[in-house]
Design a protein around this ligand. Structure first.
Ligand code: DGJ
Length: 723
């Protein structure tokens, strides 16, 4: 369970007596909680494994974290605990705020009992005067990922309106540099860094989805931390609706990362006895971002529902045909794809009633019988006859005002006023919390999935939610709508076992572990330009395992940027993910078809390592050079790409390291780029590529090799195999 309802009732070992300190250890991470802190427990360490520390030293660690009284402050300086509030003197951002019809805003939560084992602790906090309980659950997973879940219960006799409910995790005081991501459509997850000064740094999403500009994670570390080294901690909020993450540095020596859902006024009110679970705040740390990312990947892969079979090579029709749907054109595309080695054919937008362009039809989830007089059967039969799986595009939450659905059920549209909210791509949003709207979607999607052999849905979401009310003067609905989306996905998956779902939102505007806990792949970006994708994929990969990231080889004449990028780079940049093609490959020259087929074959060759190995981003000195790789779990094999985005000042340039292998083992280096080493004709050969070059893991990681001299927008793929 995640995000919507952290399983706070998981039976943990009930300690016979309450220990003063709880030490959670797992996967190389320690989390130490001082249960004696006032007014409720405090985390006194999150990070490096402290080993098998004695109770005495752990208690001393807790004592050593206590605050002194200082001039100008309260008589006891309030500290960051798991639930600090202003009634306890806390003057920073609180994790809990709310009221009872405008009254009783002062909560003071004290510890009433705990349940714990070596890797998790559940703390029951109560405020009898205010009739609230807060269950705080902290756990450390098998790869050292920390999960913080808070669940609020209204134990009173009147309604309690929740304004803020969030978790907060302290980070080391010397974490003075922040890293997060921002962006826009076609350029999601662009990194940004700055100094963490005193005060709060807050990133909010009010788009009803995280958004293209959302930060996937908020990291704080020692200045200059990189991918390979430097202490860094980060949090991610597993939630697909409105949200806030923050980093705060206070003048009483407390620094923390936190996050929770962002509620509209009056959006969430708890009836007597009702409870609300905040989305999980997931924390990771590492000596460098690669280690931090590895914890996310390992724990995500350990989930029972993780897609484990080899990720099928996908051909998506969008940039191949857009709305130009015809059986002849699509079967020709499928034929070409099958010849190239494609394993899954995904029919994108444009197949349903009234959908001849993007102005109409959303909501009318019936196959358009003008375009498809025999339904999709001739196409699905053709595709499956070629041995490929069939996937289909939906945008369930959306509706065009020009649709039968909107005309029949105007009351199903989210709106806060008589007039509809501003439109985006000529569309509005359905209120999935409306039971009839929900039932309609489940029934229609299920009917299509039942009629056709569809094993995959590309689930799109192409606009932000604004003024998202249940109707004129109605209640805010983003929270309820987000939960309903989760319910709908879960119900469709339960009703259609084996169904895989890709989460897409104008590209990568809904990338979060809430949606990814119930889907199988993220569409990283609508920008298929490999040069642009390098940064996006690198930072998306800090949280999302590579095999869950959709990466497509595309035409050299890139649609979204009009840049011309050779196939070599397009193939290489798509290699370390869920590989696909998005291009009209029915019109390829023989030479291009052979090259694409080689890339498909290479993608199949590397995918077992991509899906189970460790991602290695290399810190390099040249801004125009990008070096990244995947290393198999047993460290016997690795693949690296060396991509050049621009000319380098130094030519040839200095050696690059290929880290992540076993120091004492020997590895043979081979260039395996389809088409061989591409260098400028004026260059002499790259010597190591033409020798039987064998180096130790230590030599590769500490010294390295000369990269080939390449033109801009070229890549090579290197294989390292243990001798
Ligand atoms: C936005 C998606 O990101 C694209 O890949 C494509 O599916 C279009 N929507 C279709 O409308």
């Amino acid at each position: 369970m995640l995000a919507t309802d952290p399983d706070v009732t998981t039976p943990l070992h009930q300690g016979s007596t309450m220990p003063p300190v709880v030490h959670l250890r797992n996967g190389g991470t320690s989390l130490v909680v001082d249960l004696t802190a006032h007014p409720n427990p405090a985390i006194v360490h999150w990070g490096a494994d402290l080993g098998d520390a004695s109770e005495r030293t752990l208690e001393s660690l807790a004592v050593a974290a206590r605050l002194q009284r200082v001039s100008g402050g309260l008589d006891a300086t309030a500290r960051l605990t798991v639930a600090p509030t202003d009634a306890g003197g806390w003057l920073g951002t609180p994790p809990l705020e709310g009221h009872r019809n405008g009254a009783s805003t002062s909560a003071l939560l004290t510890l009433n009992g705990i349940e714990h084992d070596g890797a998790a602790v559940l703390m029951h906090l109560v405020d009898d005067e205010n009739a609230l309980t807060l269950d705080v659950r902290l756990s450390v997973g098998s790869a050292g990922l920390v999960r913080a879940g808070v669940t609020l219960t209204n134990t009173g006799m009147t309604e309690y309106t929740v304004q803020t409910l969030q978790a907060m995790l302290p980070v080391p005081w010397d974490s003075t540099e922040i890293l997060d991501t921002t962006g826009r459509h076609l350029r999601e997850r662009t990194s940004q860094r700055h100094t963490m000064t005193f005060g709060s740094y807050v990133r909010e999403s009010r788009r009803g989805r995280p958004g293209a500009d959302a930060t996937l994670l908020l990291a704080a570390g020692r200045p200059g931390f990189g991918f390979e080294h430097g202490q860094v901690h980060a949090v991610h909020l597993a939630w697909s609706g409105n949200q806030r993450v923050l980093a705060e540095r206070g003048t009483t020596g407390e620094v923390f990362l936190g996050g929770g859902e962002l509620f509209g006024p009056g959006e969430v009110t708890l009836a007597p006895g009702e409870r609300l679970a905040a989305p999980e705040l997931i924390g990771s740390w590492g000596d460098g971002l690669n280690e931090l990312a590895g914890r996310f990947h390992d724990e995500w892969r350990a989930r029972p529902q993780h897609p484990r079979r080899p990720r099928p090579i996908t051909l998506n029709t969008w940039e191949a045909v857009y709305f130009d749907h015809s059986l002849a054109r699509l079967t020709a595309l499928a034929d070409a794809g099958a010849r190239l080695g494609v394993e899954r054919f995904v029919l994108d937008d444009g197949w349903f009633r009234h959908r001849r362009d993007d102005t109409a039809g959303l909501g009318d989830w019936y196959v358009d019988d003008g375009v498809w007089p025999q339904g999709l059967h001739p196409l699905t039969d053709h595709v499956t006859g070629l041995g490929m799986e069939f996937g289909l595009w939906f945008e369930p939450e959306m509706v065009n005002p020009d649709s039968d659905l909107a005309r029949a059920h105007p009351d199903w549209l989210l709106r806060g006023r008589e007039t509809l909210p501003p439109s985006a791509r000529q569309q509005q949003v359905l209120n999935l919390a409306h039971p009839d709207a929900y039932d309609y979607l489940f029934t229609r999607i299920s009917a299509i999935l039942t009629e056709y052999p569809i094993s995959y849905i590309k689930w799109d979401h192409n606009r932000d939610l604004v003024d998202a009310g249940s109707g004129p003067n109605g209640a805010r609905r983003v929270h309820a709508h987000t939960l309903a989306v989760y319910r709908l996905i879960d119900a469709l998956k339960a009703a259609h076992p084996g169904l895989e779902i890709e989460s897409c939102a104008s590209g990568g505007a809904r990338v979060d572990l809430g949606i990814l806990d119930r889907t199988d792949r993220i569409w990283v970006s609508d920008c298929l330009d490999p040069v642009e994708r390098l940064e996006n994929q690198r930072y998306t990969g800090l949280v999302v395992p590579p095999e869950m990231m959709g990466m497509h080889l595309t035409t050299p004449h890139v649609h979204s940027t009009e840049r011309t990028v050779p196939l070599t780079m397009s193939g290489a940049v798509a290699l370390f993910g869920h590989f696909g093609i998005e291009w009209d490959v029915s019109a390829l020259s023989d030479a291009d078809a052979a090259t694409v087929a080689d890339w498909v074959a290479l993608a199949k060759y590397v995918r077992p390592v991509v899906a189970t190995g460790r991602v290695v981003n290399v810190d390099v000195a040249d801004p125009g050079l990008d070096v990244r790789g995947v290393v198999s779990a047993d460290q016997s094999t690795a693949f690296f790409t060396i991509s050049q985005t621009q000319t380098l000042i130094s030519s040839p340039t200095g050696r690059i390291r290929l880290p992540g292998l076993v120091d004492g083992h020997e590895y043979r280096l081979r260039v395996i780029t389809p088409g061989g080493v591409v260098t400028e004709p004026a260059q002499s050969p790259l010597e190591w590529a033409h020798h039987d070059t064998v180096l130790t893991g230590r030599q590769l990681g500490a010294v390295g090799v000369r990269p080939p001299v390449q033109h801009p927008q070229q890549s090579v793929v290197v294989a390292l195999t243990r001798v």
